[in-house]
Design a protein around this ligand. Structure first.
Ligand code: GLU
Length: 592
């Protein structure tokens, strides 16, 4: 099981070197578009000049179209995200939020844009106390101030080359002409039918004739096409304080509950002033080095970058790395995440990501699984080689049962070598279940990511204007300053372990990137049991159980997308072969 620093595929990549293509100013004409070209859904694509991977063929095609017309990775990523708002409306949408990690090839720098939703100004640490989780899920109360549109505008203004209006075009086309309902869309609609029917607007859109649209049928969303068109015309101001914002506020405060429904739908606290006050924010990325590579991620309010980074540092401090070590490093990093990370001042990010702290934490990993729960460490700058465990026990508070397959992730790279890793979400699959009447999109329920409390000292309690702690972990790896890998996944707090496990598979277990994504998954988040897919149990269950691990079945963990720079300009875009119905990887040109 243990294969320390598996050299073969990675060494080949490293010696091949990642060659950046010409800078934007020295670009030849974009490759001509072939209008009749047939594009299929495939999980792996290799080639040149740019690449994209998303969960959905239409979204990947939208990105490819933008790239082929000369747009850059940011332009293409926004086009794909908006299209996912049409075809994956239960995971993504203009009323959601997300995080972008962006490698700017010309400047050789990694940037991030935080488009996380915020709590309304009227929300306090007690606002969610005592509310049953399931009740909060489908409510106005859990709707955060949307971040995606502000994020798109900021990303395009700072790093893009096209307008929001242009970026929305492919999505408008898909929303107007329609897309083919697949099994995943059908299943997600069916799983939500009981609550969708409780809102007139949602039932009208997603339960036409009272039932989920049939697999193979064409689903159109003309209202969303119209909303996108107007958004392109009026800009984000229409949402952040304008007419669309007023409609969102009205819907949040007075959800369109179906007459006769017995659901207790709590109204929200959002005001137009909250929308006016919203800002997407540029933040410095997290960075750690792993075996000489630089791993960049998302800083708080996401716990993605800090937790993936800490776990990698712990693994690097160990003499051997296999699946046991992967689970244990993750357990420890989650203990620290629970205690220290949230949208609060003073998160000890530097120390959490320091080698000294990682070495101290790595000391706790032995031959057998650690006792549950692992206590949080003391990231205080004063590290002993192998101290006695300290700090309070911090089991993961978000119960594992709550983590579903929601959210989505996409990667795009362009012919200049710019790279985008982008997580976008409306939180639950189907968000809060409430479509804004006449507008064709669902509201998020991101505020359920807060700790409901009472939990004195918890960094993730709600507060006015606060952003709930996220687990989203869009990740970009540079080798010698050049992009090597970009990846991410949906799945709530399993996002962190999925990203980590793919990196362990790739770098420590000798897998190629397609193998690393396809491999069976397990997720240990400082919980008593490790959740694992059946194939993981089949492969490792007996051996790990003998070492003290205990498992619970999770039928499907994550739905990752990734791209690897193979050297000499060659790209490998990778999506899931089967999870969530399989994803779509595309490249601009298969040949140089
Ligand atoms: N709300 C989650 C987070 O930010 C993402 C949605 C999910 O995948 O559960 O971590």
């Amino acid at each position: 099981m243990i294969t320390r620093r598996f050299a073969a595929p990675l060494a080949a990549v490293l010696t091949g070197g990642s060659v950046l293509l010409a800078p934007p100013t020295a670009v030849a004409a974009p490759p001509a578009e072939k209008p009749a070209e047939r594009v299929d859904k495939t999980p792996v694509a290799e080639g040149y000049g740019g690449a994209v991977s998303t969960v959905d063929l239409d979204a990947s095609k939208a990105a490819l179209q933008v790239l082929r017309r000369g747009g850059n990775a940011v332009d293409a990523a926004i086009a794909a995200a908006a299209t996912l708002g049409v075809t994956e409306p239960y995971s993504a949408g203009l009323a959601g939020g997300g995080f972008i990690v962006y490698y700017d090839a010309r400047r050789g720098r990694v940037h991030t844009i935080d488009g996380r939703e915020t709590a309304p100004g009227a929300m306090t640490s007690a606002s969610l106390e005592g509310i049953p989780f399931e009740e909060a899920v489908t409510s106005g109360l859990s709707a955060g101030v949307p971040g995606s549109v502000a994020q798109w505008e900021l990303a395009l203004r700072r790093f893009g080359t096209i307008s929001l209006r242009q970026a929305l075009q492919p999505a408008i086309e898909v929303a107007s002409k329609g897309f083919t309902v697949d099994q995943t869309f059908y299943d997600q609609t069916a799983a939500n039918a009981a609550r969708f029917k409780d809102f007139t607007s949602t039932a009208a859109l997603y339960l036409p004739g009272g039932a989920p649209p049939a697999v193979g049928s064409t689903f159109r969303n003309p209202e969303l096409a119209d909303t996108y068109r107007k958004l392109g015309r009026y800009g984000g101001r229409w949402l952040y304080g304008g007419g669309l914002g007023a409609e969102i506020v009205r819907t949040v405060k007075s959800p369109p509950v179906t007459p006769g429904s017995t659901r207790n739908v709590r109204p929200g606290l959002m005001e137009l002033s909250d929308l006016r006050a919203y800002r997407a924010l540029e933040r410095p990325p997290t960075r750690i080095s792993y075996e000489g590579m630089d791993v960049y991620g998302m800083a708080p309010p996401s716990s993605g970058g800090s937790t993936v980074g800490e776990a990698l540092n712990i693994l690097e401090a160990l003499p051997d790395v296999g699946v046991h070590e992967y689970l244990e490093a993750s357990r420890l990093a989650f203990a620290d995440r629970g205690k220290y990370v949230g949208d609060v001042p003073g998160v000890p990010l530097r120390e959490l990501l320091s080698d000294g702290f990682a070495k101290e934490r790595a000391c706790l990993i032995g031959e057998r699984a650690m006792a549950h729960p692992a206590p949080a460490g003391e990231p205080d700058g004063d590290y002993a080689p192998c101290p006695a465990p300290a700090g309070g026990a911090q089991p993961e508070t978000a119960g594992p049962a709550r983590e579903g397959p929601e959210t989505t992730h996409l990667v795009v790279t362009d012919r200049w070598g710019n790279v985008v890793a982008y997580n976008i979400t409306i939180e639950s699959t189907g968000g809060n279940g409430i479509v804004v009447p006449g507008r064709g999109f669902l509201l998020n329920n991101e505020l359920t990511d807060f700790t409901f409390g009472p939990a004195p000292g918890d960094p993730n309690l709600p507060g006015p204007g606060k952003r709930p702690r996220s687990s989203m972990a869009p990740t970009i790896v540079l080798d010698d300053g050049r992009p090597l890998l970009a990846l991410g996944s949906p799945g709530g707090s399993t996002i962190i372990t999925t990203v980590l496990q793919i990196l362990v598979n790739r770098w420590e277990l000798g897998m190629s990137l397609p193998e690393a994504l396809a491999a069976p998954r397990a997720t240990q988040r400082n919980t008593a049991q490790t959740q694992a897919e059946q194939a993981f149990l089949d492969r490792y269950g007996a051996e790990l159980t003998a070492r003290g691990h205990s498992f619970a079945l999770n039928p499907e963990i994550g739905a990752a997308t990734a791209v690897e720079f193979l050297g000499k300009g060659r790209l490998q875009a990778v999506a899931e072969p089967s999870r969530r119905g399989g994803g779509s990887a595309l490249v601009v040109s298969p040949a140089r």
